[in-house]
Design a protein around this ligand. Structure first.
Ligand SMILES: C[S@@+](CC[C@H](N)C(=O)[O-])C[C@H]1O[C@@H](n2cnc3c(N)ncnc32)[C@H](O)[C@@H]1O
Length: 287
């Protein structure tokens, strides 16, 4: 069976062709929790929202031998960031993983840009439910600052639990040939794969904006690319607290019967839903 229907980019190609305006460099997602919700499983084929690329690299380290990890993003600058991080690993960042946006942008002049965070702005956060502005300490703002006008989010690398784990880094290095990039929107990325091809789909906290029937249909197509027993994983941060549009994982969770998904595990804000249903081969035999 041909499982990949369009041609994803390898890291060399992503490095040569991608670029633009970077919004995410590090991650604010606890990737250790992604590893925990998968405990006992070693996927081979993963589709992961790219962002700063740390989640895709984590999946590469957690996967079986000869994995296929497809990082997708609608912003090609994010794919460039991932390609640069992959290069750093390939070229010898073995003992510790400590990429720096400044170094990467300086050594690839004109390829990527970002607006710096305006740290002063995040000394005040708005508590939406209470409709109040809350003053936060400079220390908190420096560490966790999020509210920035189109600035780049560069969360500290502490979130990448394997940043000093030589063995894990070596495992990622050994699997880099299986890391691919896809420039696509979450609602169209299903078209790149055959049915039941993937073991894991990681949707981060991508917002859905509207749960209109067409979007739900596209999400159903995405789940259709997952093998039975496979997982959709996402970040359902501040689910109840924020007055904002729902994320893909929240919508899938809310309509789980419609998508043929079951609640599987949750670690902190990371939620995993499992696809139900018989194996395709069995159904094919019966049919
Ligand atoms: C959802 S954001 C969240 C970042 C995350 N909290 C982290 O720490 O990496 C991650 C990426 O999703 C991408 N993204 C957002 N909406 C998307 C969509 N509909 N399709 C594809 N990528 C999308 C953004 O370009 C961004 O790079």
């Amino acid at each position: 069976m041909v499982g990949v229907l369009k041609r994803p980019m390898d890291m060399g190609e992503a490095f040569m062709t991608c670029g633009g305006f970077v919004r995410y460099f590090g991650t604010n997602e606890p990737v250790i929790h992604i590893a925990k919700v998968m405990e006992g499983r070693q996927p081979r084929r993963v589709l992961a929202c790219c962002g700063g690329g740390d989640q895709a690299l984590t999946f590469l380290g957690l996967a079986k031998e000869h994995p296929e990890v497809y990082a997708f993003d609608m912003n090609p600058a994010q794919l460039f960031v991932l390609a640069c991080k992959a290069r750093l690993l390939e070229e010898g960042q073995v003992k510790t993983f400590s990429p720096s946006f400044d170094r990467i942008s300086r050594s690839n002049l004109g390829r990527i840009r970002a607006l710096p965070q305006d740290v002063r702005r995040i000394s005040r956060l708005v508590n939406i439910p209470a409709r109040k502005a809350v003053r936060v300490s400079a220390d908190f703002a420096g560490k966790f600052g999020f509210e920035v006008d189109s600035g780049m989010y560069d969360y500290c690398q502490k979130n990448v639990y394997w940043a000093n784990d030589k063995r894990f880094i070596m495992k990622i290095r050994a699997s880099l040939a299986g890391l691919k990039a896809i420039h696509a929107d979450a609602l169209s990325v299903a078209d790149w794969f055959a049915r039941e091809y993937l073991d894991i789909i990681y949707v981060s906290d991508i917002p859905l904006h509207n749960a209109i029937p067409f979007y739900l249909e596209r999400l159903r197509a995405l789940v259709d690319r997952l093998s039975p027993g496979g997982l959709v994983i996402g970040n359902a941060e501040d689910q109840q607290e924020l007055d904002r549009c729902p994320s893909i994982i929240e919508v899938m969770r809310c309509y789980k019967e419609l998508f043929g998904l079951l609640e599987f595990r949750q670690e902190g804000q990371i939620v995993a839903l499992m696809k139900t249903g018989a194996k395709k081969q069995k159904r094919d035999k019966q049919g």
